[in-house]
Design a protein around this ligand. Structure first.
Ligand code: UDP
Ligand code: MG
Length: 321
């Protein structure tokens, strides 16, 4: 039987408590896949953790030759950490998995089966989310639907980063080197044969989410500005609408003055109009600023991440068992 390579990429930031538990589960899955002719390995990306994540990872790597490790020079954020991991996958397909056990590794054999049927992007779609507040679920729900309407790139709803990418999807993704990396959108942009696998998202094994509301809000802004210029167009329409109303109102004032010789009045209306227009202008300026700022970041062409230490897997047995 021909052997195919599969690397499970796990980005970890302060996950020392969850990793050993998750690692056990990953190894079980890899052992199971070996029988199906899959040469599996794990690549952990330590995204500048400040807890004992790195020593924990080193222990895991010492105990199993299929484990590769990379440590970034500081915390670059999940999207950059994933990019680093995917860049280091030399051969075969890749699976992206959260380090906190929220994505069940036990689903990977199903992903692999679908990959073998010719799918390039097999992604997990959450049917339920455990251990998350209703506010987070509701905002996530809303976010995915808004993105769907705003963006021309197909971004599946309720889908995270948990997925399998075929070698060609991986190669395509690697060509997208933009700095503001909204991964969900990037996966969608790549296209090819995509298929959803519904699953139930578990609660974290340990620790707490790194994404508070402020971070999620920024993440949502990132998504919208990276994959849509609709807000800019909206500003144009609001401007057009206001101009039209202003014209009609001006006409009315002139006619009123001509017919009834209206004495000057209307300080309240004037204030209201000035404040309204001022506010609208500032919002439109801010919108332009959002896009301009991203253009500026992009133009600097800095690397997406820096590697501190890279420890390749010591060996992946390619012998069938
Ligand atoms: N993560 C990371 N760098 C960061 C923040 C998070 O690599 O700066 C990893 C984290 O270790 C986890 C995954 O990204 O494996 C998802 O993070 P988290 O569970 O905090 O997000 P949530 O599941 O709440 O969306
Ligand atoms: Mg999580």
């Amino acid at each position: 039987m021909s052997h195919e390579r599969l690397t499970i990429v796990v980005a970890a930031f302060n996950e020392a408590d969850a990793l050993p538990v998750l690692h056990r589960r990953i190894l079980d899955v890899l052992d199971g896949l070996r029988g199906d002719g899959i040469d599996g390995g794990v690549l952990y990306v330590d995204d500048g953790s400040r807890d004992p994540t790195w020593p924990v990872l080193q222990e895991l790597a010492a105990a199993d030759a299929r484990v590769a490790l990379v440590r970034l020079s500081r915390n670059f954020g999940k999207e950059a950490a994933l990019t680093a991991g995917l860049d280091l996958v030399e051969e075969g397909a890749a699976v992206i998995l959260d380090a906190d056990g929220q994505d069940p590794p036990e689903l990977i054999p199903r992903f692999v089966a679908l990959w073998r049927e010719g799918h390039d992007d097999v992604y997990g779609t959450r049917t339920e989310r455990e251990g998350e507040t209703w506010l987070k679920r509701a905002s996530a729900h809303l976010f995915y639907r808004v993105m769907l309407r705003l963006s021309k790139t197909p971004i599946p709803v309720d889908t995270g980063d948990f997925r399998l990418l075929s070698p060609r999807a991986l190669a395509a993704l690697r060509q997208l080197r933009e700095r503001h990396r909204f991964m969900k959108g990037l996966f969608g942009w790549v296209g090819f044969n995509r298929i959803a696998v519904p699953y139930q998202r578990d609660a974290r094994l340990a620790g707490h989410s790194k994404f508070n509301f402020w971070r999620l809000w920024n993440f949502a802004l990132e998504g919208v500005t990276s994959f849509s210029t609709a807000p800019l167009r909206l500003a144009t329409y609001v401007g057009l609408g206001t101009a039209l109303m202003a014209f009609l109102y001006a006409l009315w004032i002139v006619i009123k003055a001509l017919i009834w010789r209206d004495p000057v009045a209307g300080w309240p209306t004037m204030m209201a109009v000035i404040l309204f227009l001022g506010g609208m202008q500032l919002i439109a300026l801010g919108l332009i600023g959002e896009y301009l700022g991203r253009l500026y970041e992009e133009s600097k062409q800095r690397p997406l991440y820096l590697v501190d230490t890279w420890l390749p897997a010591r060996g992946v047995s390619s012998k069938p068992v």
